[in-house]
Write a protein that binds this ligand. Sequence first.
Ligand code: IPE
Ligand code: IPE
Ligand code: MG
Length: 240
Amino acid sequence: MAELDMTRIPNHVAIILDGNGRWAKERNKPRIYGHRHGAFNLRDLARYANSIGIKYLTVYCFSTENWKRPEKEVSFLMNTPSWYIKRFWKSMVENTTIRYKMIGRRDRLPKKLLNAITDIEKETENHTGLTLTFAIDYGSYDEITTAVKKIAADVKDGKLDIEDINEKTIESNLFTKDYPQLDLLIRTSGEYRISNYLLWQMAYSELYFTNTYFPDFTPEKFKEALIDFQSRNRRFGGLK
Ligand code: IPE
Ligand code: IPE
Ligand code: MG
């Protein structure tokens, strides 16, 4: 197998981390057992991504549609990041260069979760390594709708002329406004769909689907995805 070319590491990778429930089911365990293992695996992936110089890793943790799940599971998922941040606070904040961010709606999150997230965003805002972004209560329909509302308000208030609306106007009203272009989008668990994730951002991303359930998507498997990415010929509509 080809080696990873360290001179061509993508800047921005996103992961739809899927298959935690099925991973647990295979082991006759409750779904939340899979979520816990997924959370630990994410830590390994983030460390690996940081060590090889990926600048942005944006992971889908909870969609705007995931509120439909049973209350017990939703409450576990809402609790996990704050539990996790509390438990690993020291290593997350002090012994690493990782910078943490969240994208998604903040108005429906439990206070405890929101506080844990804003604290870690603040504590790590000057970190210069990987930016690890958790997409929580995130959905592209919501993100784009919110952007449209903001732009419409600017037009209404006379701050913006309709003729001046362009791609940059839209981009600068998305959660990812300061992020580099999305190079690679990975989905685990054998599902071939996007489930309302980064629809605008992925216009020219490379896509990578794997059957591996997220808790088993180790740094070694992540590396395979990156090697595959490096074999692609990105043309952006031109000729190469
Ligand atoms: C991904 O795993 C995590 C979240 C969506 C929160 P799932 O919980 O979707 O696991 P499966 O797809 O049911 O196996
Ligand atoms: C997408 O996974 C959302 C996250 C990974 C957070 P789902 O498991 O919710 O997606 P569907 O329902 O299979 O499309
Ligand atoms: Mg799923």
